[in-house]
Design a protein around this ligand. Structure first.
Ligand SMILES: NC(=O)c1ccc[n+]([C@@H]2O[C@H](COP(=O)([O-])OP(=O)(O)OC[C@H]3O[C@@H](n4cnc5c(N)ncnc54)[C@H](O)[C@@H]3O)[C@@H](O)[C@H]2O)c1
Length: 263
Protein backbone atom coordinates (compact mmCIF):
# COMPACT_ATOMS: atom_id res chain seq x y z
CA UNK A 1 0.00 0.00 0.00
CA UNK A 2 3.06 2.29 0.07
CA UNK A 3 2.21 5.63 -1.59
CA UNK A 4 -1.15 4.28 -2.79
CA UNK A 5 -3.88 6.94 -2.79
CA UNK A 6 -6.75 5.86 -0.55
CA UNK A 7 -10.10 7.59 0.01
CA UNK A 8 -12.25 6.45 2.95
CA UNK A 9 -15.82 7.66 3.51
CA UNK A 10 -17.12 7.58 7.07
CA UNK A 11 -13.44 7.69 7.96
CA UNK A 12 -13.96 9.75 11.11
CA UNK A 13 -15.10 6.84 13.29
CA UNK A 14 -15.37 3.09 13.78
CA UNK A 15 -14.54 0.82 10.84
CA UNK A 16 -13.62 3.69 8.46
CA UNK A 17 -11.19 5.14 11.00
CA UNK A 18 -9.59 1.72 11.55
CA UNK A 19 -9.17 1.24 7.80
CA UNK A 20 -7.64 4.72 7.37
CA UNK A 21 -5.12 4.04 10.15
CA UNK A 22 -4.29 0.53 8.89
CA UNK A 23 -3.60 1.96 5.40
CA UNK A 24 -1.52 4.77 6.93
CA UNK A 25 0.49 2.20 8.86
CA UNK A 26 1.31 0.57 5.50
CA UNK A 27 2.51 3.90 4.04
CA UNK A 28 -0.57 4.89 1.99
CA UNK A 29 -1.71 8.48 1.37
CA UNK A 30 -5.13 9.16 2.86
CA UNK A 31 -8.21 11.25 2.17
CA UNK A 32 -10.49 10.85 5.18
CA UNK A 33 -14.04 11.92 4.36
CA UNK A 34 -16.87 12.39 6.86
CA UNK A 35 -19.82 14.63 7.80
CA UNK A 36 -17.93 15.13 11.06
CA UNK A 37 -15.15 17.38 9.72
CA UNK A 38 -13.36 17.56 13.06
CA UNK A 39 -13.24 13.76 13.40
CA UNK A 40 -11.99 13.47 9.80
CA UNK A 41 -9.22 16.00 10.51
CA UNK A 42 -8.25 14.14 13.72
CA UNK A 43 -8.00 10.83 11.86
CA UNK A 44 -5.92 12.52 9.14
CA UNK A 45 -3.48 13.76 11.84
CA UNK A 46 -3.34 10.29 13.38
CA UNK A 47 -2.74 8.84 9.91
CA UNK A 48 0.33 11.06 9.48
CA UNK A 49 1.57 9.97 12.89
CA UNK A 50 0.99 6.32 11.88
CA UNK A 51 3.15 6.65 8.74
CA UNK A 52 1.04 8.16 5.95
CA UNK A 53 3.25 10.39 3.75
CA UNK A 54 0.18 12.64 3.23
CA UNK A 55 -3.30 12.76 4.71
CA UNK A 56 -6.22 15.16 4.53
CA UNK A 57 -9.52 15.28 6.42
CA UNK A 58 -12.52 16.52 4.40
CA UNK A 59 -16.13 17.34 5.17
CA UNK A 60 -18.48 15.54 2.83
CA UNK A 61 -22.04 14.22 2.88
CA UNK A 62 -21.95 11.12 0.68
CA UNK A 63 -25.65 11.47 -0.14
CA UNK A 64 -24.98 14.76 -1.98
CA UNK A 65 -23.66 14.61 -5.54
CA UNK A 66 -21.91 18.00 -5.41
CA UNK A 67 -20.43 17.30 -2.00
CA UNK A 68 -18.90 13.99 -3.14
CA UNK A 69 -17.58 15.54 -6.34
CA UNK A 70 -15.93 18.41 -4.40
CA UNK A 71 -14.42 15.98 -1.89
CA UNK A 72 -12.81 14.01 -4.74
CA UNK A 73 -11.46 17.23 -6.28
CA UNK A 74 -9.92 18.28 -2.98
CA UNK A 75 -8.62 14.77 -2.27
CA UNK A 76 -7.03 14.60 -5.73
CA UNK A 77 -5.25 17.93 -5.12
CA UNK A 78 -3.99 16.79 -1.73
CA UNK A 79 -2.93 13.17 -2.37
CA UNK A 80 -3.47 12.51 -6.12
CA UNK A 81 -6.43 10.75 -7.75
CA UNK A 82 -7.64 8.06 -5.31
CA UNK A 83 -7.28 4.55 -6.77
CA UNK A 84 -8.20 2.62 -3.59
CA UNK A 85 -11.65 3.60 -2.39
CA UNK A 86 -13.52 2.49 0.72
CA UNK A 87 -17.21 3.45 0.33
CA UNK A 88 -18.13 2.89 3.93
CA UNK A 89 -20.21 5.77 5.36
CA UNK A 90 -23.48 4.49 6.73
CA UNK A 91 -26.28 5.09 9.21
CA UNK A 92 -28.86 2.85 10.84
CA UNK A 93 -32.41 3.86 11.71
CA UNK A 94 -34.76 1.13 12.88
CA UNK A 95 -38.55 1.16 13.23
CA UNK A 96 -41.41 -1.20 12.65
CA UNK A 97 -42.34 -0.95 9.02
CA UNK A 98 -45.93 0.23 9.58
CA UNK A 99 -44.59 3.11 11.69
CA UNK A 100 -41.53 4.05 9.61
CA UNK A 101 -41.50 7.70 8.50
CA UNK A 102 -40.82 7.78 4.75
CA UNK A 103 -38.31 10.59 5.34
CA UNK A 104 -36.21 8.42 7.68
CA UNK A 105 -36.50 5.39 5.39
CA UNK A 106 -35.31 7.45 2.42
CA UNK A 107 -32.45 8.97 4.44
CA UNK A 108 -31.07 5.47 5.22
CA UNK A 109 -31.23 4.57 1.53
CA UNK A 110 -29.75 7.96 0.55
CA UNK A 111 -26.69 7.62 2.77
CA UNK A 112 -26.07 3.87 2.59
CA UNK A 113 -26.98 3.05 -1.00
CA UNK A 114 -27.06 6.30 -3.01
CA UNK A 115 -23.97 7.40 -1.06
CA UNK A 116 -22.18 4.21 -2.12
CA UNK A 117 -23.22 4.82 -5.74
CA UNK A 118 -22.02 8.46 -5.70
CA UNK A 119 -18.72 7.58 -3.98
CA UNK A 120 -18.04 4.85 -6.54
CA UNK A 121 -19.21 6.91 -9.50
CA UNK A 122 -16.96 9.89 -8.75
CA UNK A 123 -14.01 7.58 -8.09
CA UNK A 124 -14.63 5.53 -11.25
CA UNK A 125 -14.96 8.66 -13.41
CA UNK A 126 -11.47 9.75 -12.44
CA UNK A 127 -9.98 6.26 -12.79
CA UNK A 128 -11.55 5.77 -16.22
CA UNK A 129 -10.35 9.22 -17.35
CA UNK A 130 -6.78 8.43 -16.34
CA UNK A 131 -6.99 4.76 -17.50
CA UNK A 132 -5.86 3.66 -14.03
CA UNK A 133 -6.52 0.33 -12.35
CA UNK A 134 -7.98 0.39 -8.85
CA UNK A 135 -9.80 -1.36 -6.07
CA UNK A 136 -13.11 -0.35 -4.51
CA UNK A 137 -14.55 -1.84 -1.34
CA UNK A 138 -18.09 -1.09 -0.14
CA UNK A 139 -19.44 -1.83 3.32
CA UNK A 140 -22.39 -4.21 3.42
CA UNK A 141 -23.84 -6.05 6.43
CA UNK A 142 -25.18 -9.49 7.37
CA UNK A 143 -28.62 -7.85 7.13
CA UNK A 144 -28.14 -7.97 3.34
CA UNK A 145 -28.46 -11.75 3.63
CA UNK A 146 -30.34 -12.64 6.85
CA UNK A 147 -33.05 -11.04 9.01
CA UNK A 148 -32.06 -9.43 12.32
CA UNK A 149 -33.82 -10.87 15.36
CA UNK A 150 -33.93 -7.34 16.84
CA UNK A 151 -36.40 -6.36 14.11
CA UNK A 152 -37.36 -2.99 12.63
CA UNK A 153 -34.48 -3.28 10.20
CA UNK A 154 -36.24 -2.92 6.83
CA UNK A 155 -34.54 0.28 5.62
CA UNK A 156 -31.03 -0.75 6.68
CA UNK A 157 -31.45 -4.29 5.30
CA UNK A 158 -32.76 -2.97 1.99
CA UNK A 159 -29.85 -0.52 1.72
CA UNK A 160 -27.21 -3.16 2.45
CA UNK A 161 -28.91 -5.74 0.22
CA UNK A 162 -28.58 -3.09 -2.47
CA UNK A 163 -24.88 -2.61 -1.73
CA UNK A 164 -24.17 -6.36 -1.96
CA UNK A 165 -25.97 -6.60 -5.31
CA UNK A 166 -24.37 -3.36 -6.52
CA UNK A 167 -20.80 -4.65 -6.11
CA UNK A 168 -21.54 -7.69 -8.29
CA UNK A 169 -22.92 -5.53 -11.12
CA UNK A 170 -20.15 -2.91 -10.86
CA UNK A 171 -17.43 -5.58 -10.70
CA UNK A 172 -18.51 -6.98 -14.07
CA UNK A 173 -18.64 -3.54 -15.71
CA UNK A 174 -15.14 -2.51 -14.61
CA UNK A 175 -13.23 -5.81 -14.64
CA UNK A 176 -12.05 -5.18 -18.23
CA UNK A 177 -10.44 -1.94 -16.99
CA UNK A 178 -8.60 -3.65 -14.13
CA UNK A 179 -10.80 -2.04 -11.48
CA UNK A 180 -12.04 -4.49 -8.85
CA UNK A 181 -15.20 -3.92 -6.79
CA UNK A 182 -15.98 -5.93 -3.65
CA UNK A 183 -17.92 -5.65 -0.42
CA UNK A 184 -16.92 -6.40 3.12
CA UNK A 185 -19.67 -7.87 5.33
CA UNK A 186 -18.76 -6.99 8.92
CA UNK A 187 -20.57 -8.75 11.72
CA UNK A 188 -21.41 -6.97 14.98
CA UNK A 189 -18.42 -4.63 15.40
CA UNK A 190 -17.53 -2.62 18.47
CA UNK A 191 -18.04 0.91 17.11
CA UNK A 192 -20.14 3.92 18.21
CA UNK A 193 -22.86 2.84 15.73
CA UNK A 194 -23.40 -0.48 17.47
CA UNK A 195 -23.52 0.70 21.08
CA UNK A 196 -25.63 3.84 20.61
CA UNK A 197 -28.20 2.67 23.20
CA UNK A 198 -25.67 1.83 25.96
CA UNK A 199 -24.83 4.00 28.97
CA UNK A 200 -21.24 5.10 29.67
CA UNK A 201 -21.05 2.71 32.63
CA UNK A 202 -22.34 -0.22 30.59
CA UNK A 203 -19.80 0.50 27.87
CA UNK A 204 -16.94 0.82 30.34
CA UNK A 205 -17.77 -2.48 32.06
CA UNK A 206 -18.70 -4.37 28.89
CA UNK A 207 -22.15 -5.04 30.36
CA UNK A 208 -24.27 -3.42 27.68
CA UNK A 209 -26.95 -5.61 26.09
CA UNK A 210 -25.12 -5.92 22.82
CA UNK A 211 -21.96 -7.35 24.41
CA UNK A 212 -23.96 -9.70 26.61
CA UNK A 213 -25.82 -10.94 23.54
CA UNK A 214 -22.56 -11.25 21.59
CA UNK A 215 -21.07 -13.56 24.21
CA UNK A 216 -23.93 -16.03 23.90
CA UNK A 217 -25.06 -15.64 20.30
CA UNK A 218 -21.97 -15.08 18.16
CA UNK A 219 -20.04 -18.33 17.53
CA UNK A 220 -16.70 -16.61 18.29
CA UNK A 221 -18.28 -15.31 21.51
CA UNK A 222 -17.56 -11.59 21.15
CA UNK A 223 -17.97 -8.49 19.02
CA UNK A 224 -15.43 -7.79 16.26
CA UNK A 225 -12.81 -5.15 16.86
CA UNK A 226 -12.82 -2.49 14.10
CA UNK A 227 -9.18 -3.39 13.38
CA UNK A 228 -10.22 -6.96 12.53
CA UNK A 229 -12.65 -5.71 9.88
CA UNK A 230 -9.97 -3.27 8.69
CA UNK A 231 -7.55 -6.17 8.08
CA UNK A 232 -10.05 -7.72 5.64
CA UNK A 233 -10.70 -4.36 3.95
CA UNK A 234 -7.01 -3.54 3.53
CA UNK A 235 -6.52 -6.97 1.92
CA UNK A 236 -9.36 -6.24 -0.54
CA UNK A 237 -8.02 -2.74 -1.28
CA UNK A 238 -4.50 -4.03 -1.87
CA UNK A 239 -3.05 -6.03 -4.75
CA UNK A 240 -2.83 -9.07 -2.46
CA UNK A 241 -6.44 -9.76 -3.48
CA UNK A 242 -5.69 -9.20 -7.18
CA UNK A 243 -7.95 -12.05 -8.38
CA UNK A 244 -10.94 -11.12 -6.18
CA UNK A 245 -13.78 -9.07 -7.65
CA UNK A 246 -17.56 -9.06 -7.26
CA UNK A 247 -17.32 -10.81 -3.90
CA UNK A 248 -18.89 -10.21 -0.50
CA UNK A 249 -16.20 -11.02 2.08
CA UNK A 250 -17.97 -12.17 5.24
CA UNK A 251 -16.13 -11.21 8.43
CA UNK A 252 -18.74 -11.93 11.11
CA UNK A 253 -17.41 -14.30 13.76
CA UNK A 254 -19.61 -17.09 12.40
CA UNK A 255 -22.87 -15.15 12.78
CA UNK A 256 -24.33 -16.09 9.42
CA UNK A 257 -23.12 -19.68 9.54
CA UNK A 258 -25.29 -20.33 12.58
CA UNK A 259 -29.01 -21.06 12.70
CA UNK A 260 -30.77 -19.21 15.54
CA UNK A 261 -32.24 -22.53 16.73
CA UNK A 262 -30.41 -25.44 18.27
CA UNK A 263 -32.42 -27.90 16.16
N1 LIG B 1 -20.69 -1.60 13.62
C1 LIG B 1 -21.27 -2.66 13.10
O1 LIG B 1 -21.60 -3.62 13.82
C2 LIG B 1 -21.49 -2.77 11.62
C3 LIG B 1 -21.83 -4.03 11.09
C4 LIG B 1 -22.03 -4.15 9.72
C5 LIG B 1 -21.90 -3.04 8.89
N2 LIG B 1 -21.58 -1.83 9.43
C6 LIG B 1 -21.41 -0.72 8.51
O2 LIG B 1 -20.10 -0.24 8.63
C7 LIG B 1 -20.06 1.13 8.21
C8 LIG B 1 -19.32 1.95 9.26
O3 LIG B 1 -20.06 1.86 10.46
P1 LIG B 1 -19.38 2.02 11.90
O4 LIG B 1 -19.88 0.90 12.72
O5 LIG B 1 -17.93 2.27 11.76
O6 LIG B 1 -20.18 3.31 12.38
P2 LIG B 1 -19.70 4.71 13.01
O7 LIG B 1 -20.97 5.38 13.35
O8 LIG B 1 -18.66 4.49 14.04
O9 LIG B 1 -19.02 5.44 11.76
C9 LIG B 1 -19.76 5.89 10.67
C10 LIG B 1 -19.14 7.20 10.19
O10 LIG B 1 -19.86 7.61 9.00
C11 LIG B 1 -20.08 9.01 9.09
N3 LIG B 1 -21.24 9.37 8.28
C12 LIG B 1 -22.55 9.17 8.56
N4 LIG B 1 -23.31 9.67 7.58
C13 LIG B 1 -22.47 10.19 6.67
C14 LIG B 1 -22.66 10.84 5.43
N5 LIG B 1 -23.90 11.10 4.96
N6 LIG B 1 -21.58 11.23 4.71
C15 LIG B 1 -20.32 11.01 5.19
N7 LIG B 1 -20.08 10.41 6.37
C16 LIG B 1 -21.14 9.99 7.09
C17 LIG B 1 -20.30 9.28 10.57
O11 LIG B 1 -20.07 10.65 10.89
C18 LIG B 1 -19.27 8.34 11.20
O12 LIG B 1 -18.03 8.98 11.37
C19 LIG B 1 -21.52 1.53 7.97
O13 LIG B 1 -21.81 1.45 6.60
C20 LIG B 1 -22.29 0.48 8.74
O14 LIG B 1 -23.58 0.30 8.21
C21 LIG B 1 -21.36 -1.68 10.77
Amino acid sequence: MRNERVLVTGGGSGIGRAVALACAHRGAKLAVVDTDAEAAADVASSAIAAGAPRAVGLWCDVSSESSVSKAYDRASEAIGVPSRIFANAGIEVNAQLHEFEPESWRRVLDVNLVGTFLTCREGLRRLVETASPGSIVCTSSPSAFVGFAGGGNSAYAASKGGVSAFVRAAALDYAPLGIRVNAVVPGATDTPMLVTGATEEERATGRDQIRIAARTQIPLGRLARAAEIAAAVVWLLSDESSYVTGSNLVCDGGLMAKSANTF
